[in-house]
Write a protein that binds this ligand. Sequence first.
Ligand code: C2E
Ligand code: MG
Ligand code: MG
Length: 853
Amino acid sequence: MTDAKKEELQELQSLRLRLSEAEDALHAISSGEVDSLVITGPNGPRIFSLEDTNTPYRVLIEQMNEGALTLSPQGCVLYCNPRFAEMVQVPMDHVMGSSFHTYLAPSASAQGAALLQQVQVERCHAEVDALRSDQTLLPMRVSMNRLPSGSIGVVATDLSEARRKEATLRESEQRFRMMADSAPVLIWIAGVDALCFWFNKIWLEFTGRTMEQEMGNGWTDGVHPDDLQRCLEIYTDHFDQRRPFSIDYRLKRHDGEYRWLLDNGVPRFEADGQFAGFIGSCIDITERKLVQSKLELAANVFSHAREGIIITDASGTIVEVNETFCRISGYSRDEALGQNPRLVKSDRQSLAFYSAMWRSLLEKGHWYGELWNRRKNGAEYAVLITISAVRDATGATQNYVSLFSDITTIKDHAHQLEHIAHYDALTGLPNRVLLSDRLAQALLQCERSSQTLAVAYLDLDGFKLINDVYGHEMGDLLLVALAQRMKTVMREGDTLARMGGDEFAVVLVDLAPTMDCTPVLERLLQAASEPITIRNEILQVSVSIGVTHYPKDGGDTDLLLRHADQAMYAAKQAGRNRFLMFDLALDAAIQTQQQSLASIRRALAHNEFVLHYQPKVNMRTRKVIGVEALIRWQHPERGLLTPAAFLPIIEEDPLGVEVGEWVIATALAQMSEWHALGLDVAVSVNIGARQLQQVDFVPRLAMEMGNYPDISPHMLELEVLETSGLENLSTVASAMDACRAMGLSFALDDFGTGYSSLTYLKRLHAEVIKIDQSFIRDMLVDREDLSIVKGIIGLAAAFNRQVIAEGVETDAHGECLLALGCDLGQGYAIARPMSAAAFVLWNTSWGAAQRML
Ligand code: C2E
Ligand code: MG
Ligand code: MG
């Protein structure tokens, strides 16, 4: 080898080492960017030029990865490197001398010609379709440059590999899109600027918006306002750090409904590892969220429920308890798990109770009721509990769930309320309600055992006085002390109750049919009447007791109590500090009395009473000296009733006074009416003893008379019935004096029938004496009666009183009386009692008649 050759090789070797660099340089020369290249070898710098084919540069060209050609200006190949020959698959020596056009696809020949033209003027680059010898398409890029020699340098790059890669990439991208569009997830892709530039079909279908609307930050329009800020913060934060993220937010669906999405974003990188943005996929987790929130709620309810909860498995082993259970029972969760609910069982319920409970659980699947359980510390507590079986789809029990609340305080409270409802707050004795209850039970017991019982009603005597004098507080203390005392004298099993005020009742049970309850009653009387010292005051009361016996008195609880009460009332009447047995016969009489009173009260209200008037005349002169007002009851069914039918009923009752006041008012009204007709008649009105003894009798009478200023008080006479018991003569006398001062006059009615006629005559200053009709009636046949009549007439004269005879039934009676010196008379022989209207007519006809009587 010559030295020159050696040197060339060495140089070449050194160049090879830097071939990749050289290639770039070469490309620059061939593409015409530079004309020549200075390469520094071991022998100093050398200048290469493309046409310098005999230099190491040629070696370079032959080893190039790209095709290199030199063409004549017409396109004939002057030189071709091995790479080009390889590209077109034609032997190198065939290529040389051939036309460049030979290697172009027919479609590219015009382009080839144009390029040859163009390169004469300027460097040019183009992609052209070449053909291989087997007629397959060979895409290549050509760079053409006119060389200083006038020939054309061409560097051709095989693009087939790049095209294939492009196609593969396109294909894979298409595949990706297809996948992305068909995946049931919403996908978005963002670029390095963090803006989204692509959304998959599912996303667009979901939001109902177009790609253009969603691009950039458009998609955030659909994010729920409450979630947006959080969403963006997490997104930008992770984007900046290029870290994957997972967020949930609500995105508006095309139908307007917000759905929860779970969005998983991951950073994307190019093949060369360069950050390219983010890609994210979202799934709709709305249902999951719902289930989750339900589960959370259930868990919350479980742990925070105010009810205790125990869950067992089918065998009854506790598998879960909540906090409330722990709080109520005192057992921790760990202590309870794995145990049987017997853990909290108390002994209050019987075995039968539990087996009934289990039966219900097995048959019906649930049980509800009250139970007593036991806490860890041993204290018992009441619960209201519901146990339910939880069954699976096949109906097999999987769990039992017990829900309970502690009702101990409610029970205590109910107990207190019951006490308040049944016991008297002051004395602590049973009250009326409890007594009725016990009495009802005792009555049932009596029926079964044929025993008897007694009900006693007690009322303190003189208690009101103690209250008035010492005050209510002392009264209360006395009641407490008495209750205590009376309780001690009673047998066990008997009930002493406070009925209210100073009234008590006693139920004495288990009395043998013949047994007497007198000893107990006497002890009660004794206990009540012994003096008691309270706050240094010695107080003493007594008690009146009424008693009734069952079954002799066959009433129910109410009636027995009422009867005992009535008997107590009678005991009071009889002088207090005693007991009286209830008498059924007496009760019957009282009952009719009560009914009659009621009907009379009604009659008064319904204006069924009327006054009839019976004239009184001077039998000698025929002068009408007045009329006596006599009450009648115009009964709607029984017709006109005389006083005997109803006055005795009301005699002892306050109603008697009311009726009496009605009589006075009606008589006055009648007098006023007659007065208006020019008829001034004196009217006498009968006054019952009770009315006369009313403390306000005089003022009321005065008030009533004040209503009739046209009536002179002298025209009104009051007939005091002598038989009516005038208990307090001095009161009556002063009342009479007061009336007399007003101008009224008095007559002593039915004189001679009462045993104190003479006392009355002396003490009561009545102007008139009315001889009772019973003496008049028989005086013509009965000498004794005649003597009495004579006597009364003499008495009247002696006491300087007027005398009038009532019951003058016949003219003979009248004549006899005139002969005896009694001129005034009243009776059927003169006129019967008549209505006010009838009296006006009678008065006229009486005046016109000639006959004496
Ligand atoms: P009295 O005050 O002695 O009245 C006379 C009674 O004798 C009247 O009976 C009268 O109808 C009756 N009578 C009059 N003349 C004869 C006669 O010739 N033969 C017979 N057999 N009877 C005659 P009356 O109306 O039934 O009254 C009965 C008693 O009722 C009265 O006896 C009087 O005590 C009382 N009374 C009547 N009206 C009232 C009244 O408004 N208030 C009061 N407190 N008592 C009255
Ligand atoms: Mg009379
Ligand atoms: Mg009379």
